[in-house]
Design a protein around this ligand. Structure first.
Ligand code: NAP
Length: 277
């Protein structure tokens, strides 16, 4: 008699002790009554490839990838999705039974699903979007905003050359603006997104002037520590719809969980509570 192996998954990075993913996955496994384990793995850079090639033998069906390996794993994977290629980073790996490693990026999916769930009236096609920041997360967000039909994305970043690079990579629907203009370009936008690390606990505040925020706009921050950033506070006071960044983290994990453990988990209040605990 053969006994099925209990599927294993986890998150690879360095450091990973801060990751909330183990809490998230354990919550879903418990709630859905599924067999499986999800483990944080702090791996040294020179061991990354050999670890990834060994994990399937240990019973791993895949893993998430976090800083600093989101780019490196694309060189190691045997197949990289078009989406991950476009973004230039992967956060989800699937280990196939034939021994191959498939890499994908679900950050943009998580970003859009979070907005769809928490701002059901949001119409991304209804007007331009402003995006603050042009780092790693911004790439996934630009790709997803373009995908859902945003007509124009006004992009601004402290280092303008990084924003110019994104315009080159993502095309003419992106317009680049000086960082000093950040407060002005939100005028007439239906969507405003902070993708910088400003406002995060331990970092400086996002000090962009926010007087132009007005009702009818959806404002979201991908920073989720704290949940309520200054941007979201001011936006709420000025009558905008707001969505915090925790939902992006939760939704980006859904495709991996479903693939590895066989059932699609729900993102609900209990999920948020489990991760915040
Ligand atoms: P990153 O690649 O390091 O990019 C950082 C961004 O912040 C760049 O645009 C950078 O501008 C800007 N920035 C940093 N310090 C600044 C300052 N003092 N003044 C102006 N701009 C500044 O980081 P990332 O991976 O994109 O992550 C950004 C944030 O998103 C982090 O807080 C991260 O935790 C969060 N995040 C959340 C989720 C989620 O699921 N909710 C997912 C991914 C990331 P320069 O180019 O000028 O340096």
């Amino acid at each position: 008699m053969t006994v099925d192996r209990i599927p294993l998954a986890g998150v690879i990075g360095s450091p990973v002790a801060h990751s909330r993913s183990p809490r998230l996955f354990s919550h879903w496994l418990r709630k859905m009554g599924l067999q499986g384990h999800y483990i944080p793995m702090d791996i040294a850079a020179d061991k990354l490839e050999s670890v990834l090639r060994t994990l399937p033998d240990l019973g791993f069906v895949g893993c998430n990838v976090t800083i600093p390996y989101k780019e490196r794993v694309m060189e190691i994977a045997d197949h990289v999705s078009d989406r991950a290629v476009q973004i230039g980073a992967a956060n989800t790996l699937v280990f196939r039974e034939d021994g191959t490693i498939h890499a994908d990026n679900t950050d943009g999916y998580g970003f859009v699903e979070n907005l769809r769930q928490n701002a059901p009236d949001w119409d991304p096609t209804g007007g331009p979007a402003t995006v603050f920041g042009a780092g790693g997360a911004a790439r996934a967000i630009l790709a997803s905003l373009l995908d859902v039909g945003v007509p124009e994305i006004r992009l601004t970043n402290r280092s303008r050359d990084r924003a110019e690079q994104l315009r080159e990579d993502f095309g003419d629907r992106i317009t680049v603006h000086d960082w000093v203009q950040a407060g002005n370009i939100v005028e007439g936008c239906t969507t405003v997104v902070n993708t910088t690390s400003l406002g995060m606990t331990g970092k400086p505040e996002l000090r962009v002037p926010l007087d132009a925020l007005e009702p009818g706009m959806l404002v979201t921050d991908i920073v989720y520590t704290p949940l309520q950033t200054r941007l979201l506070r001011v936006a709420q006071d000025q009558g905008c719809a707001t969505v915090d960044g925790l939902g992006m983290l939760l939704h980006q994990a859904v495709p991996g969980f479903e693939r590895w453990f066989g059932e699609r988990p729900e993102v609900d209040d209990a999920t948020r509570a489990a991760v915040l605990r």
